[in-house]
Design a binder for this molecule. Sequence first.
Ligand code: SAM
Length: 271
Amino acid sequence: MSLENLPPLRHSLDAYGLLAKKAFGQHFLLDLNITRKIARLAGPLDGETVIEVGPGPGGLTRALLEAGAKVVAVEKDPRFLPLLEDLATASGGALTLVEADALWADEAVLAGGRGHIVSNLPYNVGTLLLIKWLTGPWRPASMTLMFQKEVADRIAAATGTEAYGRLSVIAQAVCEAKVVMDLPPRAFIPPPKVSSAVVRLDPMPNALDPALLAALERVTAAAFGQRRKMLRSSLKVLGGEALCASAEIDAEARAETVDVAGFLRLAAALP
Ligand code: SAM
């Protein structure tokens, strides 16, 4: 069977008697028009390697394969593997299935070199996975990821906004980040309680020095841990006023008014 002749996703779920499990954060996209749009937003993917976390019934996987990607799909729930094996056969070798917890997977080994990450993420571990990909040793060529809308907005938030915080600074120090698609709960089976959004993240041409990134994690944890306080107070244990002076940052400012470049200067100035 080829990709075009596969049965509708809902039929595949019924044929294998599969129901969504809350513990695995399962909310499925069964409309191929939506998954194809996500694949386009992640593209161009022809001939590219894509790591997909949580293929589930394989709707996004199908769209990625149709776009010409070589897909390495990492699924924690073994119930989906027989259904996904049908897709792997139809893909003629373009789909590799890995039963694993993505939190512990080694992306360099999975991709075997350059690769993108595209996923409708399980919301319970979405932020943890993003931090792993932003700060880990393997640099993705791009990431196109579905989150709860509120998390997506925090990732891409502009300086000075309510949503701007630690996640915004770390994501935007490493990548250009943009919300590229919004989806209402009814787009998923079963519908989640909240809306969702896709974020596209494109890493900056030059990787951040790992020591600077570690310092950025420390300084943003302290600054946003007490976001209503002035930096001279929230950053006291890291050097307070002297640290702000050496980074040319107003010590009376609050964390949410300092842009990413400012936080990078603070991180670089840490003793
Ligand atoms: N990609 C499918 C879709 O769009 O219909 C399913 C998305 S569903 C939101 C999240 C998927 O991630 C589920 O298939 C779930 O079993 C899987 N999953 C949950 N936690 C995981 C983990 N730690 N590692 C790998 N897969 C995981």
